[in-house]
Design a protein around this ligand. Structure first.
Ligand SMILES: Cc1cc2nc3c(=O)[nH]c(=O)nc-3n(C[C@H](O)[C@H](O)[C@H](O)COP(=O)(O)OP(=O)(O)OC[C@H]3O[C@@H](n4cnc5c(N)ncnc54)[C@H](O)[C@@H]3O)c2cc1C
Length: 455
């Protein structure tokens, strides 16, 4: 016999809106805890940004292709779904940064913050830039408890050149953002952590690298066959758990005195797992102030172009995983990923696969281009950057408009305000990439939190 909270739990019905990784993990957690769950997804399939495409017989991810290995959440989910024997690490892990017609190795660094003052050797940073960065070692302690942008911190301590040719390309490759607006605290907790260690960023980066074990293991992991396999398994598990699945359903919400309706289904609890600007539309009718806060979160748009080339078309050291392209170089391309170096089994027949990213917060020029014009622009730019011609061949374009939430300097305060507004509505909660980190581990953690929030 069920009594007390367990009885309430057994009779609770929940709706999850959004079938990306955060919504799916939220639905899993709620169903495993005993809720009757409805999962609503606007598209024809689950996964959200976790998507793939077939280019000339090769299945290639168009969204995430790996996740941070130092967090445990995706590993735990993979284990729960029986995928732990399919975890893989990239075969190539060494990136280059483009500048002045050459590809430069990175100095030892933590998210682009150098752990050395020897910066001019590779040509990535000039002698002047290197001397400016070294001032960090003797500049006074300017730490405060106030948040600031990554750009303002790095420009002040290490100079413009280190920001523009090291830190910004690395961060831009992750979130397509603008370092001069990106919050140190909410957007780059690893840099915020450096800040607490020592007044000098170079010293803190060196301390961090010195503390690492000699063979720390790969920084990233993935799933053999693609991250989308996580979604397939999770959806199968949701079906086993009796979750009612609504695909091709753009959900809407109505509030009642004693609960909610989601697309005409009466429920006790609603978990919104959509991008923040969609969440803003969903709640506008009953929570205009909350909606206003949600719509203030800016999203960058990106595109991923894919080139499948015959074996040995490009002569690139196979240990190189990709090339980051600083904004200051003026290209539309932001990063080139040598997917077949990272995941050789993807190109089982030795063909070379490039995944080339375009788009950042400060560059929307490419968004007006038709797909074939975008491919030609990217082909020309990549040929220029690599100094080798990319011949015509199978290609693909995936556009991701408004896809990467930007953690601006006021982000933490905005999230506190959003949580305060949300607490006025029993049974309403949010999960997803815009809350506490946009990487897959953070999204899984966010989804998991849905089953813990009450009621
Ligand atoms: C190109 C690209 C590359 C990336 N690479 C990486 C990477 O390598 N590693 C990494 O860790 N992260 C990466 N990310 C980030 C990561 O993929 C995302 O932050 C994460 O997948 C977002 O998950 P989510 O569930 O919060 O949102 P989403 O995946 O956006 O899911 C939200 C879902 O809600 C649905 N929806 C919207 N409105 C409604 C409605 N009204 N009713 C029902 N459903 C609705 C949408 O269709 C969508 O399926 C990348 C992102 C992009 C765009």
């Amino acid at each position: 016999m069920l009594i007390g909270p367990d009885m309430a739990r057994a009779s609770r019905t929940s709706a999850v809106i959004g079938g990306g990784i955060a919504g799916i993990t939220a639905a899993l957690g709620l169903a495993e805890a005993g809720d009757r769950v409805h999962l609503f997804e606007k598209g024809a399939q689950f996964g959200g940004k976790i998507a793939e495409t077939d280019v000339d017989g090769i299945v290639i991810p168009t969204g995430p292709d790996n996740f941070l290995a130092r967090r445990t959440e995706v590993f735990d989910l993979a284990a729960e779904l029986g995928l732990d024997d399919r975890l893989i690490s990239p075969s190539a892990g060494s990136a280059r940064i483009y500048r002045d017609g050459r590809l430069h190795p990175l100095p030892p660094n933590v998210l682009g913050v150098p752990a050395t003052t020897e910066l001019s050797g590779t040509g990535l940073i000039s002698e002047t830039g290197s001397r400016r960065a070294a001032e960090d070692l003797t500049a006074g302690d300017d730490r405060t408890s106030r948040d600031e942008s990554v750009g303002s911190l790095i420009r002040r301590r290490l100079g413009d050149e280190v920001l523009e040719y090291l830190v910004d390309p690395l961060l831009g490759g992750i979130n397509a953002g603008d370092s001069d607006r990106l919050s140190l605290e909410s957007g780059t907790p690893q840099l915020a952590q450096l800040r607490t260690m020592n007044p000098s960023l170079i010293t803190a980066a060196k301390m961090t690298l010195d503390d690492r074990p000699p063979n720390p293991g790969p920084v990233f992991s993935s799933i053999d066959g693609g991250i989308a396999r996580l979604i397939d398994r999770a959806v199968a598990r949701l079906t086993d758990l009796g979750v009612t699945i609504h695909l091709d359903t753009e959900a809407s919400i109505e509030r009642h005195d004693d609960g909610w309706s989601v697309s005409s289904h009466r429920v006790d609890k609603v978990v919104i797992a959509t991008p923040a600007f969609v969440a803003a539309d969903l709640v506008r009718g009953f929570a205009p102030a909350l909606s206003g806060e949600l719509s203030g979160i800016y999203y960058s748009s990106v595109g991923v172009t894919i080139f499948v080339l015959p074996p040995n078309t490009l002569s690139i050291d196979p240990s190189i995983s990709g090339v980051l392209v600083p904004r200051a170089c003026g290209f539309t391309v932001t990063a080139i990923s040598f997917a077949s170096h990272k995941w050789p089994r993807m190109a089982g027949d030795d063909r070379q696969i490039l995944r080339v990213s375009v788009g950042r917060r400060t560059d929307a020029r490419w968004r007006q281009l038709p797909d074939d014009a975008l491919i030609e622009l990217v082909r020309a730019e990549v040929s220029d950057i690599l100094g080798q011609v990319i011949p015509p061949g199978p290609t693909s374009v995936a556009l991701w408009p408004q896809s990467l939430p930007q953690y601006d300097v006021d982000h933490a305060d905005r999230i506190i305000r959003i949580e305060r507004h949300t607490s006025q509505f029993d049974g309403l909660s949010f999960v997803g990439a815009w809350l506490h980190g946009l990487g897959l581990p953070a999204c899984v953690a966010s989804g998991r939190s849905a089953a813990r929030t009450s009621p």
